[in-house]
Design a protein around this ligand. Structure first.
Ligand code: ZN
Length: 276
């Protein structure tokens, strides 16, 4: 299993440039690039500099995070979303980063049927654009009660319905745990449909009460990560694990400290089930 760093973990004090330098120093295999950090980077640097960096270093880009709230958008917002997708696909082609995380919208009142139809329609539509660049879309459900897609089973059903080779999903342990997704649903999943695996842990809050700021380093919270990793091993998923934390406390740490500790904590649990 390859180890990846998701830049949300150092949201406040770091930059793409610094994340790359530190992740390289601590031996991460991959980085998930945040689109906001990419845009900041491009204020002062060129895409060519990024190309050169990845050519000269072992660490490689794995995915972009994230195109958010892709469903139930008005005409103007949807057009902007498609423009953003096209831009990210173009950057992805240059730096050989061929996955983009896409996130459903929030809002209550839609039926599950309406959500499935809208989400499948949008994923198909965006996938046509991404396909031209050989880019894959990784759909990430969010384990909040008011997210339109908030369990593994609901997300998996949608991507199976879309049934395109360039549309899969993100399995994020935090989102999986927070709305009580079922391990049986993961057990029956096709590992090839899991494009990205986000690893993290959570504080001990009731179902529906967890928010991203309650994330913890792997092994420090209440999520049964052993069960999830065991299940991934059983179904044959072994591509990568990306550490993704949105905890303000960690954002206040020096980036080097969290990047170093996150790697150690992630490897400690991963290596119980997979070779690194
Ligand atoms: Zn995630």
């Amino acid at each position: 299993m390859k180890i990846c760093f998701n830049e949300a973990t150092t949201m406040k004090k770091s930059t793409l440039e610094l994340d790359l330098e530190l992740c390289s120093k601590y031996g991460y295999d991959f980085i998930e690039i945040r689109i906001d950090k990419l845009n900041d980077y491009l204020q002062k640097h060129s895409i060519n500099e990024l190309v050169t960096f990845f050519n000269n270093n072992k660490i490689k880009p794995y995915a972009f995070n994230a195109l958010e709230f892709i469903t139930f958008r008005d005409t103007n917002a949807y057009k902007k979303l498609k423009d953003d997708l096209q831009f990210i696909c173009e950057v992805g082609t240059r730096i050989d980063c061929k996955k983009i995380v896409v996130v459903p919208s929030f809002g209550v009142g839609y039926t599950k049927t309406q959500i499935k139809e809208e989400t499948a329609r949008v994923l198909n539509d965006l996938a046509v654009i991404a396909e031209k660049y050989d880019v894959n879309l990784a759909f990430e459900f969010v384990g909040y009660p008011d997210c339109t897609v908030n369990t593994f089973a609901q997300a998996y059903d949608i991507i199976k319905t879309v049934n395109r080779t360039n549309v899969g999903m993100v399995l994020d342990c935090f989102h999986f745990y927070s709305m009580n997704s079922k391990i049986e649903d993961l057990k029956s999943a096709d590992p090839n449909k899991i494009f990205i695996f986000h690893i993290d842990d959570a504080e001990d809050l009731p179902v529906g009460a967890l928010r991203d700021n309650n994330r913890l380093l792997p092994g420090e919270g209440v999520i049964n990560l052993d069960k999830i990793l065991q299940t991934l091993k059983e179904i044959g998923y072994q591509k990568m694990a990306s550490i993704e934390l949105f905890r303000p406390e960690y954002w206040d740490w020096e980036p080097e400290k969290i990047i170093k500790i996150a790697k150690e904590k992630t490897e400690a649990i991963i290596k119980k089930y997979f070779s690194l």
